[in-house]
Design a protein around this ligand. Structure first.
Ligand code: SME
Length: 153
């Protein structure tokens, strides 16, 4: 596997330190979004959608603002990931009919579920202006952040 651009260990350390200093849920989500976005391309926009019953609600983000503050389960790529209980790595968003556009610049999207055991807490949704922006190593690095975050929320 290639080396990911994301240093998940560094982000997890920062999240743990913030947690030990009594950071709130909002602060932890914002911190995760900010630090993922700071990696730069392919991380163009980072959106933390958290699950409330059957609705994903945008609780923090970094990058371009989006009109999609709430997304029902089953709708769009974000809602599909929850409905199908799996992560989605969409290499070309323009080729997917279900895709809900946030920006016309976006070319690919990675959605990694934040899970605690069987429970889906939400997801890290990352937009990229690069086509096929996320390889296996990059996805695995985001997964480590999502798993670490799940234990802190
Ligand atoms: N593209 C997502 C919507 C979220 S915005 O891109 C931030 C979707 O298809 O569900």
């Amino acid at each position: 596997m290639t080396t990911p651009r994301l240093n998940s260990e560094k982000i997890l350390k920062a999240l743990h330190a913030a947690y030990c200093h009594e950071a709130t849920r909002d602060e932890l989500l914002k911190m995760a979004a900010t630090k993922l976005h700071a990696v730069g391309s392919p991380y163009t926009g980072v959106y933390m959608y958290m699950l409330h019953d059957n609705m994903l609600k945008l609780e923090a983000f970094e990058g371009r603002p989006t009109d999609h503050q709430e997304i029902p389960v089953g709708v769009g790529l974000c809602g599909r990931a929850v409905a199908e209980k799996r992560d989605l790595n969409v290499a070309d968003v323009k080729a997917d009919d279900q895709y809900l556009a946030c920006s016309i610049e976006t070319r690919s999207e990675l959605i990694v579920l934040i899970r605690r055991g069987d429970l889906i807490l939400g997801q890290i949704d990352i937009d990229s202006d690069e086509i096929d922006g996320f390889d296996e190593a990059e996805q695995a690095a985001v997964q480590r952040v999502a798993d670490g975050l799940a234990s802190l929320l």
